[in-house]
Design a protein around this ligand. Structure first.
Ligand code: FEO
Length: 399
């Protein structure tokens, strides 16, 4: 049975949702599910924009068949060759052997690397090339590293629709909805959206900035990403989020406390700091146990807040492994422009503070506060003054 939605005149969403996959890219938990979007244009020519993940291929093929009716498929535009969007290329070729595949040179290369067999169907396009399908004329815009090197986005000059590939995507199954104005995005979707962007595309801020610059010259009326809702209202809201995330500017003045604690003493110190911050007037405080929280959630929160407190034990004379993993991920994702405070704990040879500082120092434009607290096993009344100074220093640095 088909499950299709009309996007705008002549354009249909023919994607689907997956609520079974536990880990996106076999790394990131997606309890909210995910959608794989594909769009089919019925003009004088019929044009499919990207395919979908293998998990929903059957639904996808039923959708296409229903929308096409007795028409053939003329073109398949591949904006992104990652298999969560390109897995069904051979299935399309099998059913629609006359189809021409439109993609970048690199996408063609990847198509072969992934073992697809496009034969002589491929039409290679590059930045600024245009194609007409009848009423609709589209322009192809290179978007390398958003989020793979072969990526392009396609702009329909006729109706202002931007097929944006992974850009402006989010985690989350669509649950019958398709458009951003059918949901309370800022209430229900911003958390998975932030987690999607920061973990999947976060490293490529400069490339996203470059795409945003190109997009600012287009009269975009609608954004059709490969995951999550289609944007047809309030585009500026989401473009502004992307601008902040990709320039590594915090969204909010606030303190994220991430602690690694084996027996609860470092957790107690983190609680003490949180209490002092709130009592001193800084109520925008979030706390996470690094051992209990998947790092993808920590990364998303780190992109959100202006200040980060790392409170961690020393483990095998090193940084506590889950804390180390978080810091390495932060660095890999190019996180910048945060103010960081450090609390270390150690029973006989505390070293985590120095080592965490070194890792943060290797990131760009990070400010590490001078006040540091070193706890010996448990926080005592004697540590209270130092903790209070640390809280003051965090608040002072926000002015
Ligand atoms: Fe949703 Fe980069 O693939």
């Amino acid at each position: 049975m088909h499950c299709v939605r009309e996007v705008t005149e002549d354009l249909y969403w023919v994607g689907g949702n997956d609520r079974r996959l536990e880990l996106f890219e076999n790394i990131h938990p997606i309890p909210e599910g995910i959608s794989y979007n594909s769009y089919l244009l019925l003009d004088e020519k019929t044009v499919l924009f990207d395919t979908v993940d293998w998990s929903i291929c059957r639904q996808f093929l039923e959708n296409i068949k229903w929308v096409l009716g007795d028409r053939d498929l003329d073109y398949l535009v591949i904006n992104h060759m990652e298999p969560d969007h390109a897995a069904c290329i051979d299935e399309i070729i099998l059913r629609y052997p006359n189809v021409k595949i439109v993609c970048t040179n690199k996408a063609f290369l990847f198509m072969n690397q992934f073992g697809f067999h496009p034969g002589d169907r491929v039409i290679q396009v590059k930045e600024g090339d245009t194609m007409s399908f009848g009423k609709h004329e589209v322009m192809f815009i290179a978007a390398p590293m958003v989020h793979w090197p072969e990526v392009m986005v396609t702009f329909d000059k006729t109706n202002g629709v931007l097929f944006s590939a992974d850009a402006f995507g989010t985690f989350g199954a669509l649950n019958g909805k398709l458009f951003n104005d059918e949901m309370d995005f800022d209430r229900d979707w911003i958390v998975p959206a932030r987690r999607y962007y920061t973990n999947i595309v976060g490293k490529y801020g400069p490339q996203v900035q470059s795409l945003l610059k190109k997009a600012s010259n287009l009269d975009i009326k609608m954004i059709c990403p490969l995951h999550g809702p289609v944007w047809r209202t309030d585009l500026e809201y989401f473009i502004d989020k992307y601008d902040k995330w990709s320039s590594y500017e915090p969204e909010e003045k606030g303190v994220l406390i991430v602690y690694g604690s084996m027996y609860g003493s470092t957790e107690a110190a983190a609680e003490d700091l949180a209490r002092r911050l709130v009592e001193k007037g800084m109520t925008n405080v979030a706390m996470y146990d690094v051992s209990q929280t998947h790092v993808s959630y920590l990364i998303a929160e780190t992109f959100k807040y202006s200040h980060v407190v790392l409170a961690g034990v020393t483990y095998n004379l090193n940084i506590y492994p889950p804390m180390h993993n978080y810091l390495i991920d932060m660095k890999a994702l190019n996180l910048q422009k945060r103010t960081v405070a450090i609390i270390e704990n150690g029973s006989w040879a505390p070293r985590s503070g120095q080592l965490m500082r070194k890792l943060v120092d290797e990131m760009k434009e990070m400010t590490i506060l001078d006040e540091e607290l070193s706890i010996s096993s448990t926080m005592t009344e004697e540590d209270a003054d130092s903790m209070d100074s640390l809280a003051d220093s965090i608040i002072e640095s926000m002015k």
